[in-house]
Each structure stands twice: as C-alpha cells, then as structure tokens.
Design a protein around this ligand. Structure first.
Ligand code: FAD
Length: 449
C-alpha cells in the first residue's frame, strides 16, 4: 500500500510527489498522457529548436518555481527589450521603455481617468487582502462583474475599454464573465494590471532556456518506476481505511490517501465512491476554463527589432491580441508567439491551420509592418481540444461562484485530497499556484498518516 497515490503528473502532482518522497513516504503517480508536464509541453521546430506550447513565463513572486529552476541548474532568459506595440481604437502606438501610458493614444483626461481607475482597483485589492472581515461583509457587492465595477468607476469610454482589454490580457477572461472579487484575488496573486500598461522591462517576465517543462521532467526523473504514464484514472474509492484507485485498463492501486490534481473541469470524468458532494461538482462545473490557441510564427530573423520593437504587442481587437518575441538569439531565427483567445480561439479552432497562420500574419503586419520575407514555419496548439486539459490557461470564477463555493474547492474529503493550479489559494491559475497547492496537499497527506 502506497502512502499516497497521485493522479496527474503536472507541476502540482510532481511537486506533491517530490515533497512526499523527500519526507520518506512512498508514492505512485498515475498520468493519463504518455508524457509528464500536463499544461507544460515543448514542441520542436524543423531545425530542432524548441518552443513552448503551454505555460512559459516565470513572473515576479514565483518563488517555488524560481527555487526549482535554480536548484535544477536551469537558465532564465529575460523578455526582449524594446518598444511595445499597443493597438487601441484602431491606432498603433509604440510605447518605449522610458514612456509611461502618456504615449498611448489616450488623451490626458482619459489617461488620468484610467490611472485613477487602476489606483482604485489596486486599493481595493489591498483592502480585500488585508481586511477579510470587510471582504466578508461586502461579499455581495464584490460579486458584481468586473465590467459593472469598471462602468461605475471609470468615467471615459477609452479608460473603460483600456481596462477591459487589460483584464482580457491579464486574466484571459471577459470582464462580463468574471467577478470583481476574482479580479482582485488575481491582482493580489501577482497579476498587476498596471504593469501590463507598462513595458517589458516592468513586466519582469522570464522564460527558461530549453523550456519550463524541464522542471517537470527533472522532478519526474526522481520517481523512476513510481511514475506510471499512459494510465488514465477511471475511479477512486475511499473509506476510513484507505483508497483504491483504478485506471481505465483496470489496474488497481491501494493507498492511504489520494491526491487528485486533474483540473476541476475533468473531475466529472472520474467516478468517486463515495460520490463527490453535489456542491463540489456544481462548483467544478461552474468554473469554466479559458480557451486559448497558442501560436508561433517563425521567421529567418527577428526583423521587427530593426525598428526598435520588442515584438510585444497588445491590442483591443483582432484575431490575435497579445504577441511576444520568443526568439532564441543563438539560432538567429525570429519567433513571434501569439494567443488566439476566447471567442477568437473558438472560431479559429474550427478553421484550418492555414487560415490561422494567415490571420496571425495579418495581425503581425498591422502591428510591426510588412515582413521582409514570408514566415518559414507556423505551429499552434488548441488547448481546448486537449482531452486531459480541456482548456487553458486556467479556470476563472463566474460571478458569485468564488464567494459561495471557492474556498471549498480544495478542501480534503477524508482521504481524498486536491491540488493543482485551480485549487491554489495564491497564484491561482499559474505554475506557481500549482506548485504551492501540490506542496500543501503533500502536507495534508502526511498529516493523514
Ligand atoms: C497556453 C498556456 C499558457 C500558459 N502560460 C502560463 C504562463 O506563462 N505562466 C504561468 O505561470 N502559467 C501559465 N499557464 C498555466 C500553467 O501552465 C498551469 O497553471 C500549470 O501548468 C498547471 O499545473 P497543474 O499540475 O495544476 O495541472 P496540469 O498541468 O493540467 O496537470 C494535470 C495532469 O493531470 C493529468 N490528468 C488529467 N486527467 C487525468 C486522469 N483521469 N488520470 C490521470 N491523469 C490525468 C493531465 O494529463 C495532466 O498531466 C499556461 C497554460 C497554458 C495552457
């Protein structure tokens, strides 16, 4: 009998396994896919260079992640320096490193309105973080949609549109579909809307040379035979004495606890006995994930840099509204990474890869000008179509869901424990949240022994 059985070899499951194994406990990790990493995955370009199809950016405050990166001897690369292209209300602006939002296409009045809106949002986020009794007393008000809050707190259309666009970029959700409280929680978890107005230098985002998935692979290497790939779990039975976990092929594992790390939207695919409480399943059903296609356009050089552009773009319309330069300076090739998001991802997911490439190219041309030559390669990944993920980047909480049920999502049910980016109390939805939730669940498993 294992001390703990872990379902899923994404960051949360692997972190839980690492913590348990370091505490001298026996674990087995059951992973549905034939690889580890979950929402982290590398793909190879024709020249062998890797690009990251899933999670990629390491942000500020990602302490667990940074500590693993450092202990595994991996190298971090800074985001490319230079101007950021902002496409707002049909105008294209270059935002330079030294310029503040005043360089945008907003009038001074609109800018001051935007600044005040962001300041109010920041103050509210601090209040929610520091004064839980105030948050509890104002739960109903905090459950308004972000769009309602923006309408009553930002006076100008331009300021409102700008904030709505920032919310889409930062949280990967429409302001109509998420609550003020969820937005504030995300801001407190490290997504700073103001920093998105600023430029790369302020974003302080970094990526791992060779791909962040190496963190997962290195953790998995410690598991040896205790990692079972291609082992989708079909059912979890638990009682006072222990748990039995059965794969779709009928292989059974006995343990003293189970740590479930599948994203909430996939809980319904596992048969739990006793059944998960109805409120938990209802909660999982009401936590929709985002919908993103991550795409790469590869050129023989990073030609956009010659005009001072960093390759980063944010737009308030178009098929692709967020672009980053992810070129590898050693190969000399120019690589632009962009996201089709939300409705654009749903629509383009049904079209051909050729049409998606053309749509991405058109956005690049409108932002950075005509490329000197055609791209040499295009590839993308539709995460909604991934059976064992079912959407990305992570879940967001629909109006009223978080205050009514949010905190219970990660609560242990006897010997059944939960971890994963969506079950995290900080950095929810991020790699850092997955790691922290994995470590928390490992401690819960130890406490059960
Ligand atoms: C395109 C994209 C971009 C992103 N960008 C960033 C970023 O820049 N920065 C950031 O911090 N985060 C980013 N994220 C989010 C980040 O990748 C996730 O938060 C994190 O990787 C989630 O880890 P996890 O272990 O919680 O879940 P997962 O990685 O989803 O792991 C769950 C595992 O469970 C397995 N599984 C599912 N069902 C079963 C079953 N029945 N039986 C057994 N196994 C099962 C899955 O195969 C998977 O391996 C991004 C995500 C995507 C998709």
């Amino acid at each position: 009998m294992y001390d703990s059985i872990i379902i899923g070899a994404g960051l949360a499951g692997l972190m839980a396994a690492e913590e348990l194994a370091s505490a001298g406990r026996s674990v087995v990790v059951l992973e549905a896919r034939s690889r580890v990493g979950g929402r982290l995955e590398n793909a190879e370009l024709s020249d062998g260079q890797v690009v990251e199809m899933g999670g990629q950016w390491v942000g500020e405050g990602h302490e667990e992640l940074r500590s693993l990166i450092s202990s595994q001897g991996l190298e971090l690369i800074d985001a490319t320096d230079g101007d950021v292209i902002v496409k707002a209300r049909g105008k294209v602006s270059h935002v330079t490193n030294s310029s503040k939002p005043s360089a945008h296409s907003l009038s001074p009045f609109e800018l001051s309105d935007l600044g005040q809106g962001l300041l109010r949002f920041r103050r509210l986020a601090d209040r929610v973080a520091n004064n839980q009794s105030w948050a509890a007393a104002n739960a109903t008000w905090l459950n308004q949609t972000l769009s309602q809050w923006t309408t009553s707190n930002v006076r100008t259309d331009a300021g409102r549109n700008y904030i709505a666009n920032l919310i889409r970029r930062a949280f990967n959700v429409s302001p109509d579909d998420t609550t003020l409280l969820d937005g504030l929680a995300k801001a407190n978890a490290g997504v700073d809307l103001e920093s998105l107005v600023a430029v790369n230098g302020d974003l302080k985002q970094q990526r791992v040379k060779g791909g962040i998935v190496q963190v997962a692979c290195n953790l998995a290497a410690h598991l040896g035979d205790d990692l079972k790939l291609s082992s989708p779990v079909r059912s979890v039975q638990s009682d006072d004495d222990g748990v039995t976990v059965t794969t779709t092929e009928g292989v059974q594992y006995q343990g003293r606890s189970v740590i479930v790390t599948v994203p909430p939207q996939l809980l319904k695919d596992i048969e739990f006995e006793p059944a998960l409480p109805a409120e938990r399943l209802d909660m999982a059903a009401r936590v929709p994930v985002g919908n993103v296609i991550k795409a790469f356009l590869v050129y023989d050089s990073p030609w956009w840099r010659s005009s001072g552009a960093s390759g980063q773009m944010g737009a308030d319309e178009g098929a692709v509204r967020v672009i980053f330069d992810t070129s590898d300076d050693e190969t000399g090739r120019g690589i632009l990474m962009g996201f089709f998001e939300g409705a654009e991802a749903s629509g383009y997911g049904k079209r051909s890869i050729g049409l998606r490439q053309r749509a991405f190219e058109e956005v690049v041309e409108s932002a950075f000008g005509q490329a000197p030559s055609s791209p040499i390669e295009y590839l993308d990944r539709d995460w909604l179509a991934e059976r064992y993920t079912g959407g990305c980047h992570g879940a967001h909480f629909a109006p009223s869901v978080w205050t009514t049920a949010g905190p219970i999502l990660a609560e242990p049910l006897g010997r059944v424990l939960f971890a994963g980016a969506e079950y995290a109390s900080s950095f929810n939805g991020y790699m850092e949240g997955a790691l922290r939730a994995g470590a928390r669940a490992a401690q819960e498993a130890v406490d059960l022994l």
